[in-house]
Design a binder for this molecule. Structure first.
Ligand code: NAD
Ligand code: UFG
Length: 350
């Protein structure tokens, strides 16, 4: 059985589905602070079989001990965490407590239970502002400009130290580039709380009428069209990388770092053009000043994952956007239960 922390969230729910489809038994631990039980129901529906779900906190040591004592867990995928950059600046301790202390509590419970295989959700944010593209895993990590990025870097270093201290550990640090898209069924997808921080969720909410227009943060970057460039990767490709990493960790000990990206960068303007093509409607947008802390460009060299895991991303940008659009248009308010508000015109926020 695989324990998936944060398995009701955006990436976790897609990973749980992929694990179930691969025939694994899955136990999800999630406190639902940023997700819905409905995501779990839909994953079970898509997989055609049930999973075990426990509502609880990854920082709860006695709960973790009880789970490891009750279920035959052989490995862990650890998605549970907080990820909003701006919020992390306002509430740093909550971010360090969840992302760093939560990871420590989990590893302590794993070690006590004799479980030493862990796949960890890290982020390309740990590279900071890189002078050269694409980014390979041996590039020195940078200095993240916010507590969220710091918490990922700290968690990475805790895990590295742990693996150095005890040769039984097999840990995969997966550095995600920009996960977008949704399962092709349109039943599960990304459902951010409040105002979305990330580009595609914001574009989707504009397209369904929940927000007035997209703010393009900066058109004066040193990039071909002046807007920021990122390596967008389909969430289904991303989670397939996790299964490959899990398999590989059966054979290797210590810490392995893999970039999960496509190796291609797209600008915000390119994203808008492709999105308009997919939805068949114009996307209202306005150019705004740069967002604090943003970098001009960032894309991966995914060659190491291809060589060592036999994994690479297969879905192109149009399929990422089409799947995301199917999810959002089928579920304009995400997993929220339909409310009477839906029947009356909603106030538009920008
Ligand atoms: P998400 O918010 O959709 O999922 C996180 C899940 O963890 C949620 O279901 C939430 O309820 C749960 N959770 C949070 N705190 C918890 C706690 N203390 N105990 C138990 N459950 C808790 O986010 P996501 O996009 O699916 O991200 C998953 C992981 O990937 C996170 O660790 C995130 O930092 C990392 N990551 C995400 C991105 C991205 O762009 N989405 C990029 C790089 C890394
Ligand atoms: N952008 C806009 N308008 C928006 C939102 C974003 O123009 O409303 C632009 C940004 O300036 C950037 C690009 O779109 O150029 C992508 O921005 P995102 O916020 O979607 O993604 P980031 O690359 O800034 O950050 C994301 C996650 C981080 C993570 C990083 C690398 O938010 O947590 O990817 O994995 F660390």
């Amino acid at each position: 059985m695989i324990l998936v922390t944060g398995g009701a969230g955006y990436i976790g729910s897609h990973a749980v589905l992929e694990l179930l489809l691969a025939g694994e038994e899955v136990l999800v631990l999630d406190n639902l602070c940023h997700s819905s039980r409905i995501a779990i129901d839909r994953v079970e529906q898509l997989a055609g079989r049930p999973l075990q779900f426990v509502k609880g906190d990854v920082r709860n040591r006695s709960l973790l001990a009880a789970l490891f004592a009750s279920y035959p867990i052989r490995a862990v995928m650890h998605f549970a965490g907080l990820k909003a950059v701006g919020e992390s600046v306002r509430e740093p301790l909550r971010y360090y407590e969840t992302n760093v202390s939560g990871s420590i509590a989990l590893c302590q419970a794993m070690a006590e239970a004799g479980v030493f295989r862990l796949v960890f959700s890290s982020s390309a944010t740990v590279y900071g502002e890189s002078p050269m593209m694409p980014i390979t895993e041996d590039r020195p990590t940078g200095v993240p400009t916010n507590p969220y990025g710091q918490s990922k870097l700290m968690a990475e270093s805790v895990l590295k130290g742990l693996a150095e201290s005890d040769p039984r550990w097999s840990i995969g640090l997966l550095r995600y580039f920009n996960p977008i898209g949704a399962h092709e069924s349109g039943l599960i997808g990304e459902d951010p709380n409040g105002v979305p921080n990330n580009l595609l969720p914001y574009m989707l909410q504009v397209a369904v009428g929940r927000r007035r227009q997209l703010n393009v943060y900066g058109a004066d970057y040193p990039t071909p069209d002046g807007t920021g460039i990122r390596d967008y990767i389909h969430v289904v490709d991303l989670v397939k990388g996790h299964l490959k990493a899990l398999e590989r960790l059966e054979a290797v000990r210590g810490v392995s770092v893999w970039n999960l990206g496509t190796g291609k960068g797209h600008s915000v303007r390119e994203m808008i053009t492709a999105f308009e093509e997919v939805t068949g409607r114009p996307l209202p947008h306005v150019i705004k000043p740069r967002r604090a802390g943003d970098i001009a460009q960032c894309w991966s060299d995914p060659g190491k994952a291809w060589q060592e895991l036999g994994w690479r991303a297969e879905r192109d940008l149009i399929s990422m956007l089409a799947d995301a659009w199917r999810w959002q248009s089928n579920n304009p308010r995400g997993y929220a239960e339909p409310t009477p508000e839906k029947k009356t015109p909603t106030a538009l926020a920008s």
